[in-house]
Design a protein around this ligand. Structure first.
Ligand code: SAM
Length: 266
């Protein structure tokens, strides 16, 4: 179906836009099932492509807002929705998800984000939208496996780093499945994973995000150095000790709560 659409519409999947389309109905069913989407849910899909997942979401009864950056895909997307008679459940926006006016799209309802994301922008998309759009509460997204593992890592894990600590401020995340590249057309060169992200009901860290992010970036920017060196100019050793953090530790030794404690120092 996807292969036939690509050919008939004369499309050439763009690597720059991360176009690897889902071509395995069983995988679409699995994403819909794992997302827990149900009748009447509001769902944002970033990058609907040619509608493989969009159809599954609309068929499960969701109201879908689908944001697609590539105008050449949109006629094919409308075609599959019309054939399945699901057009009335899907609002298609031709826009770049990194630049679209989100507040106009989401209003004050709460939304699930369910998507096979363009891999080159998945980490900034997730982190920026967690920071800026509180109404996006639950996410199930396909990402590059390495990016998913970084976002979900706990301290002590070898992939723990800036994305893991920044995400922890807003949400929890875990990789719920790894995915064979045979479910995509064309097949990506990298491995994929399904990442579940759940926004905290209440923020566990009582410190401004900008300060938290500043310290985390400085600490991991010089991750081999001790905190007294990597955070010099931002905090003194005495200040670190005042919240129980050893200035001789390195960035990766601190869990998000400890970064929060450092960020809360006035
Ligand atoms: N959901 C479709 C599927 O699973 O078959 C396509 C997924 S494909 C991995 C990523 C999609 O995101 C492509 O359709 C691509 O054109 C679109 N895309 C890439 N960058 C985007 C951006 N910044 N904003 C919105 N869509 C984007």
């Amino acid at each position: 179906m996807v292969g036939e659409l690509i050919e008939r519409h004369g499309l050439e999947p763009s690597r720059a836009l991360g176009q690897n389309f889902l071509c395995e109905p069983g995988m679409v069913d699995k994403i819909v099932r794992l997302s827990g989407v149900t009748v009447g849910d509001n769902v944002i899909e970033i990058g609907p492509g040619l509608g493989s997942l969009t159809l599954g979401l609309a068929d499960a009864g969701a109201n879908v807002v689908a944001i697609e950056a590539d105008r050449y895909l949109i006629p094919g997307l409308h075609e599959v929705l019309e054939i399945a008679q699901l057009s009335d459940r899907v609002r298609v926006h031709h826009a770049d998800a990194l630049e679209v006016d989100w507040s106009e799209l989401v209003g004050d309802r709460s939304w699930k984000v369910i998507a096979n994301l363009p891999y080159n922008v998945s980490t900034p998309l997730i982190l920026d939208l967690l920071r800026d759009q509180p109404s996006l509460t639950d996410w199930l997204v396909m990402v590059q496996q390495e990016a998913g593992e970084r976002l979900a890592a706990d301290s002590g894990n070898r992939t723990y780093g800036i994305p893991s600590v920044l995400l922890s401020y807003w949400a929890t995340a875990r990789v719920v499945d790894t995915v064979s590249n045979s479910v995509f057309l064309p097949r990506p060169r990298v491995s994929s994973a399904l990442l579940k992200v759940t926004r905290h009901d209440e923020l566990p860290i009582d410190a401004p995000f900008d300060r938290y992010a500043q310290l985390v970036r400085a600490g991991f920017g010089k991750r081999r150095k001790m905190l007294r060196q990597s955070l010099s100019g931002l905090l003194t050793s005495e200040q670190m000790e005042s919240v129980g953090v050893a200035p001789t530790d390195r960035a990766e030794a601190l869990n998000p709560a400890q970064w929060g404690a450092l960020a809360s120092i006035a």
